[in-house]
Design a protein around this ligand. Structure first.
Ligand SMILES: [Zn+2]
Ligand SMILES: [Zn+2]
Length: 268
């Protein structure tokens, strides 16, 4: 059966993806160049090796479940009810990147409401608490979920393939982009460039500080990629921008920021 023959290769690829995409930023920021990133650190507290191992262990268990769940809808008879298309020529070429953006948008909404759901009293203690064991998360926390939450998380892909026509290349691009942003959100270090704060992008998109506050304070800042739902629903921490500015001021210095702007005005 296609489901079983696809399972092991998918699990291996997904595991390699996890260790490469979470492991390389971890090695760079936490180990090889940790002195260079001292000022980027969001929380004072240092996470221990025990914390990292806990995150890796949970991520591995979650990964086993997530793959099993997604393949149920892509490698069994159920695929015929989804909108996955195999012939890339079935839709215009421009639709391929658009479908990736649509998938990210759907995921942003799905995640916000699923996240609110697992923060309800009944589900938090039994399911979501595993993810919140990482009070000071590292990139390895990206998949650190209770196995039931792993299924809810993977549910995003299922919703997407039922909602919009999507090619496997677009699914793969979505999965990789999503994981990269997930790793950034759990990095524990803010790496957003200085200019980001002064653009409209800051008003829309999340930062590592944004999700880090969710881990250190437990409620509020529920969003995944954007601040939109948090702002609409009034769940963003009122001191988020202040906290972001505090971290960035330490990296760039308030003075340096002013000098930077003055130079820009003189030499546009
Ligand atoms: Zn949470
Ligand atoms: Zn998290």
């Amino acid at each position: 059966m296609e489901y079983f023959s696809a399972y092991l290769p998918s699990l291996i690829i997904s595991t390699i993806r996890y260790f490469v995409m979470a492991g390389i930023p971890f090695l760079i920021v936490y180990k090889l160049y940790n002195k260079h990133f001292v000022e980027n650190k969001i929380q004072e507290r240092l996470a221990s090796n025990k914390d990292f191992l806990h995150e890796i262990k949970n991520s591995m268990i979650a990964n086993v479940l997530m793959i099993a769940f997604v393949l149920l809808f892509t490698k069994t008879f159920l695929v015929q009810y989804t909108q996955v298309y195999m012939d890339i020529g079935s839709y215009a070429t421009w639709y391929l990147p658009v479908s990736v953006l649509l998938a990210l948008l759907i995921h942003d909404t799905y995640f916000y409401w699923m996240h609110r759901l697992v923060h309800t009293k009944a589900l938090y203690k039994h399911i979501h608490l595993v993810h919140h064991k990482s009070i000071n998360p590292s990139p390895f926390a990206a998949f650190s979920f209770h196995f039931l939450e792993a299924i809810l998380e993977a549910g995003a892909i299922v919703v997407i393939i039922f909602l919009i026509p999507i090619h496997p290349i677009a699914i793969l691009s979505f999965v990789l982009t999503s994981f990269a942003i997930n790793v950034y959100g759990h990095l524990g270090f803010e790496v957003a460039p200085r200019w980001f704060r002064h653009t409209f992008l800051f008003e829309i998109f999340n930062t590592s500080v944004h999700h880090n506050m969710h881990h250190s304070k437990f409620v509020g800042n529920f969003g995944l990629y954007t601040r939109i739902w948090d702002r609409v629903m009034g769940t963003e921490y009122p001191d988020y921008v202040k906290e972001y500015d505090r971290v960035q001021a330490r990296r760039f210095g308030a003075k340096k920021d002013k000098v930077g702007k003055a130079e820009l005005m003189v030499n546009p």
